[in-house]
Ligand binder design. Structure first.
Ligand SMILES: C[S@@+](CC[C@H](N)C(=O)[O-])C[C@H]1O[C@@H](n2cnc3c(N)ncnc32)[C@H](O)[C@@H]1O
Length: 378
């Protein structure tokens, strides 16, 4: 197991800059910052500004120096007179264009997680797995500079991508963030004092394996939210939570976000949407030695037998990427994404001291797809 010193105040550079990351979000555009360039067709591309840098596309060359020092919201033309609208990526844009190893939590779900888990400034949150760090960003924003997020991830290469992405977004280390590499169910009992955690957020294939660790770490009244992609996972986790007897009745949520087409009299829902990402299951920790109230509506229902459950979810079911039809990420792809994320982070921290290479990426609206697709430069 390894731990990174994200929580070491000496390692952060917040001094004189106000709240963590605020210098990346306002004021004139600066070297080291990410900007989103949107063309006439509405296609966004993301680059990291670098003094003397050039952005090459098949439509011409745009010099970074024409953007550095300018306000957000300008419209600029490249040397072939193709115009682009220039804005800093919002958190949603950043997450969809950043280097990616594991599938990220989609912004609509991150927003719901923060709300359903009631993540508040100053809270102590445990998260697993970290994946590419998309959800970590929303959690860190919600807890603020006075809060803490301890993120557990079993793959070192994924943890490395997340570190780069998070540092790239804030432009510095977040003083309240720690990444612990290892299995959550083994590491949490070693690191978190019993009853010390306010909120637990899990995004992994088999969250029920972490039930004991969550039960032990979570404070009475604390909220546990799990993000799962399939109904079989949802059902298995809900039954495990009920059987534990130390949580309130679990609640399930799904969020569908439909964008609209706005054009004169043609105002209607868009034809395409992201139809499914995942489900959220939430429950709250009861105080020790308490028995959960049996909800009346459940009492009326016939009891589910062990045979019913075995038929629905056999004991020997294998819960892995293959059986759940999730994308498997090779070590090579993860290392490439980690190098890319590190370059973005170095550039964000150092301004123009580091030259980020191959950094133009399009927002990718497929949560399972590879984020930060790079554009070819001629
Ligand atoms: C879908 S990804 C998480 C994505 C992340 N929430 C994001 O938004 O970028 C799931 C991650 O959980 C990790 N994981 C699975 N089981 C774990 C466990 N028991 N402890 C720690 N990490 C685990 C996997 O290695 C994988 O990186």
């Amino acid at each position: 197991m390894s731990t990174t010193p994200e929580s070491d105040p000496a390692a952060s550079v917040t001094e004189g800059r106000g709240p963590v990351g605020v210098h990346m979000r306002k004021g004139p555009l600066q070297a080291g910052q990410r900007v989103q360039l949107t063309d006439r067709r509405g296609r966004p591309s993301t680059i990291t500004l670098q003094r003397g840098g050039e952005w090459h596309t098949h439509q011409g060359v745009l010099r970074h120096d024409t953007l550095i020092g300018q306000p957000e919201g300008i419209v600029v033309a490249n040397d072939a007179d193709h115009q682009y609208q220039v804005l800093r990526p919002l958190l949603n844009d950043y997450v969809l264009s950043m280097p990616r190893g594991a599938t990220v939590v989609y912004p609509k779900d991150s927003a719901q997680i923060v709300q359903i888990a009631d993540v508040f400034p100053g809270a102590h949150v445990v998260e697993a797995g970290v994946g590419s760090g998309a959800l970590s960003l929303s959690l860190l924003r919600a807890v603020g500079d006075q809060g803490t997020v301890h993120s557990y991830e079993r793959r070192e290469d994924f943890a490395e991508i997340a570190r780069g992405n998070v540092e790239g977004f804030f432009g510095q280390r977040h003083p309240g963030w720690q990444v612990h590499v290892g299995d959550m169910q083994e590491q949490v009992p070693r690191i978190e004092a019993p009853g010390s955690v306010d909120r637990v957020v899990l995004d992994m294939l088999a969250p029920w394996e972490c039930l004991d660790a969550v039960r032990r770490a979570l404070a009475p009244g604390g909220v546990w939210v799990s993000y799962v992609a399939t109904v079989t996972q949802l059902s298995r986790l809900a039954e495990a939570i009920r059987a534990s007897g130390v949580f309130t009745e679990p609640e399930a949520h799904e969020t569908m976000l439909r964008t609209w087409h706005l054009d004169g009299l043609a105002v209607r829902p868009d034809h395409r949407m992201v139809a499914h990402t995942g489900f959220l299951l939430s429950a709250r920790r009861l105080a020790d030695d308490q028995t959960p109230l049996q909800l009346k509506k459940r009492e009326k229902q016939s009891e589910v037998t062990a045979e019913d459950m075995a038929a629905w979810m056999p004991e020997d079911a294998v819960w892995d990427e293959h059986t759940l039809k999730r994308r498997t990420v090779t070590g090579r792809k993860a290392r490439k994404a980690a190098t890319h994320a590190r370059k973005i982070a170095d550039a964000a921290r150092e301004g123009d001291a580091v030259a980020p290479a191959e950094d133009a990426g399009r927002a990718d609206h497929d949560p399972q797809g590879g984020g930060g697709r790079e554009e070819q430069t001629p």
